[in-house]
Design a protein around this ligand. Structure first.
Ligand SMILES: *Cc1c(COP(=O)(O)O)cnc(C)c1O
Length: 383
């Protein structure tokens, strides 16, 4: 225990040095709070990077989803479709609006929303006369969902899409930025994402009028008056100038971070991909993944080891790894919610949860540390 190595995290922050320059600019101009030029520049730079027409910097990705739902008129008693295999942040805003989530399964080829399951859900909704007000499609672990078939279905029913690109900033699908395929897209700059502002989010859309309305709500819905006057309910959801300054520094190196994460993935794949019973999350041929997290499935019948045993073995060496997201339809919070599977009975997200492992994937992960991780896993598989 004496030579216990420093902890290796799943996805730690990775600063570039530019962040301090922009933060210093903000300090020098005494523009500490609340809004200011850094926020506007950050929004402009996100638009340039993603090709979105408009962007609104917010306190979190969850806040961005909440505003998108409200913009789409989601209210008490409404239904919203959402990917089941995701982080709770995708779904909580549905509850904030008093609406009801209906969960949609994943497909094997992308681990993202299954068009087959989505069609089933629409068939049910149509028969029940309860059409959803919105569909939240999540892009998991750095990879865009397969939007062509998904949007074809949503367009057919005339239901708008919110793209949860919290984990996929920098990815593309048919060459177009992840986050720009839906009516609204959201990004997160939480501490573990591919770039971070310590915490924050962004709402993007080509509908700049809608973003103006979201800005109004995000800043306590102040009417135009000298005094503080309010006719609508609002929130304190805006990003601060200091946080935006960090974001600008991070955005400068986003492409380097993507390259680094993809290299981390390639090494894992080279070293572990040959073992029977180990499968990596596939990449769509029409997409480009950032490989935010390297994720794989372990078949215990072939490998002779349970995924959790690998996670525990790494944990004993002070290395953080995790199971894949626990699907929302399995969460106690959502007991009784409707769920539509990809197969007749087979649920892909249950399968991925039972077998999936997320490995340390930070852009700052060193070669020697990664070798150590790989050796521990090899020993478990071979042992
Ligand atoms: C991180 C994350 C969010 C929430 O973003 P925050 O900025 O932490 O609120 C939402 N959806 C997914 C899929 C995420 O991974």
């Amino acid at each position: 225990m004496a030579d216990k190595k420093p902890r290796i995290f799943l996805s730690p922050p990775h600063m570039s040095g530019y962040e301090e320059e922009f933060v210093e600019e903000a300090f020098a101009s005494n523009w500490i709070a609340p809004l200011g030029p850094q926020v506007e520049m950050f929004e402009k730079e996100i638009c340039e990077y993603t090709g979105a027409r408009g962007a609104l910097a917010l306190s979190s990705g969850t806040a961005a989803i909440h505003l998108a739902l409200r913009l789409l008129g989601v209210e008490q008693g409404d239904i919203v479709f959402c990917s089941s295999l995701t982080f709770i942040g995708s779904v909580n805003p549905i509850l904030y609006q008093g609406a009801q989530p209906v969960f949609i399964d994943a497909e094997e080829k992308s681990w993202n929303m299954s068009p087959v399951a989505l069609q089933k859900a629409f068939n049910w909704a149509e028969a029940a006369g309860r059409m959803p007000k919105a569909v939240i499609i999540v892009n998991l672990y750095g990879q865009s969902a397969d939007y062509e078939p998904l949007l074809e279905i949503c367009d057919y029913y005339g239901v708008p899409v919110i793209e949860d690109a919290a984990e996929s900033l920098g990815a593309t699908y048919h060459g177009k930025a992840s986050g720009t395929w839906g009516k609204f897209g959201i990004y997160s700059f939480n501490g573990n994402k591919i770039i971070t502002t310590s915490g924050g989010g962004m709402l993007v859309s080509d509908d700049t009028e809608a973003l103006q309305k979201a800005l109004f709500w995000a800043t306590q819905a102040r009417d135009k008056a000298l005094w503080y006057q309010h006719s609508e309910m609002g929130y304190n959801y805006r990003m601060s100038n200091i946080v935006a300054a960090i974001g600008r520094g991070q955005l400068r190196v986003l492409d380097d971070r993507i390259q680094a994460r993809r290299r981390v993935f390639e090494r894992y794949k080279e070293e572990l991909g040959g073992f029977a019973g180990i499968e990596f999350m596939p990449e769509l041929s029409s997409g480009y993944s950032t490989r935010w997290l390297t994720t794989l499935t372990v078949n215990p019948d072939i490998c002779g080891v349970e995924p959790l045993e690998i996670i525990e073995a790494l944990g004993r060496e002070n290395i953080e790894s995790r199971p894949v997201w626990k699907p929302m339809h399995l969460q106690p919070l959502f007991k009784g919610c409707k769920y539509f599977t990809h197969g007749d009975k087979e649920s892909i997200s249950d399968y991925l949860f039972a077998r999936g492992v997320c490995l340390p994937s930070g852009s700052s992960l060193g070669w020697e540390d990664q070798v150590r991780i790989i050796e521990i896993i090899k020993q478990k598989i071979a042992g």
